[in-house]
Ligand binder design. Structure first.
Ligand code: F6R
Length: 274
């Protein structure tokens, strides 16, 4: 698919807009029949990165996401491992985020999620798994986040980053107001994100107000980015991310700066796109 360079729309409200004049691009969107079809395509892309690195005798460094969007992708990766011999022996992973405070053993932790939905079912070396530590003391968070960034760099950088998108416009937990230069850091969650997470925490459970997240710059430094959007709730934000101006108000719109990003959307999520 050709890459279309589109002009920054200076007629929009730019009060909170990133005015950096870097080249921005129309993000290519694959509209897929359903989530399962899209997940299969996305898993194939990730498997392709892993295999290409294997052939060169190198590690594949994956940036991974949690939430409902990647589950079908992880199921397909597990199937590729069990039925088609895809090995994760050369895979190093860095997850986007984790709630703070959060014990890694909690049912609501992203740590638990990742082992339950992927790592426990493939042959990854567990010492190659990196998930932000939700038990970190607030006073130690800055140093911890710097170390997380350094670990990504030391591994050779992210070969591919898998993303979902939040209704607040977040990627990772980069909520509105996040800057293009942001790195891994402690953040406050947006009320929409807290409301959306409440269903996972059940009646009486309270959603943490903070999280550690990779930054926008951390994400944009990935060599390749793929983003999954399933269901009608994602339609309005997907439209803003793809067609709107690049703005701190919609952090996902920063993806317009990336040279190799692709969105996979089902018909419902793509409903507001032309
Ligand atoms: C999760 C993450 C978030 C989610 C987003 C969409 O690690 O970083 O940005 O990708 O909130 O969540 P779902 O997929 O549950 O709609």
């Amino acid at each position: 698919m050709p890459v279309i360079v589109k002009p920054i729309n200076f007629n929009n409200d730019m009060s909170n807009t990133d005015k950096q004049s870097g080249q921005i691009r129309q993000i290519p969107v694959n509209i897929v029949k359903n989530k399962e079809t899209g997940a299969k395509k996305m898993a194939d892309i990730i498997a392709g990165v892993i295999r290409a690195k294997q052939e060169k005798g190198e590690n594949a460094v994956l940036g991974l996401a949690t939430g409902s969007s990647p589950i079908a992708i992880y199921q397909e990766l597990i199937r590729l491992h069990k039925e088609e011999g895809l090995s994760f022996k050369n895979v190093i992973t860095f997850n986007l985020d984790e709630y703070v405070p959060m014990s890694p053993d909690s049912e609501n932790s992203y740590n638990k999620f990742m082992f339950k939905n992927l790592f426990d079912h493939v042959d990854i070396n567990k010492s190659n798994v990196h998930i932000p530590d939700g038990t970190i003391k607030l006073t130690e968070a800055d140093d911890y986040c710097t170390e997380y960034e350094e670990a990504i760099k030391a591994s050779g950088g992210l070969d591919i980053q898998l993303l979902g998108i939040g209704r607040s416009g977040h990627i990772g937990f980069n909520e509105p107001g996040s800057t293009k230069d942001s790195l891994t850091r402690l953040v406050e969650l947006h009320p929409v994100t807290i409301a959306d997470a409440a269903k996972d925490f059940g009646i009486g459970g309270s959603v943490p107000q903070r999280a550690i997240t990779m930054g926008i710059k951390t994400i944009l430094n990935a060599k390749k980015i793929i983003l999954a959007a399933w269901g009608k709730d994602k339609a309005p934000i997907l439209k803003e991310m793809i067609e709107g101006p690049v703005t701190t108000e919609i952090p996902a719109s920063y993806l317009q700066y990336h040279h190799d990003v692709r969105v996979f959307a089902d018909a419902e999520a793509a409903n507001d796109l032309p």
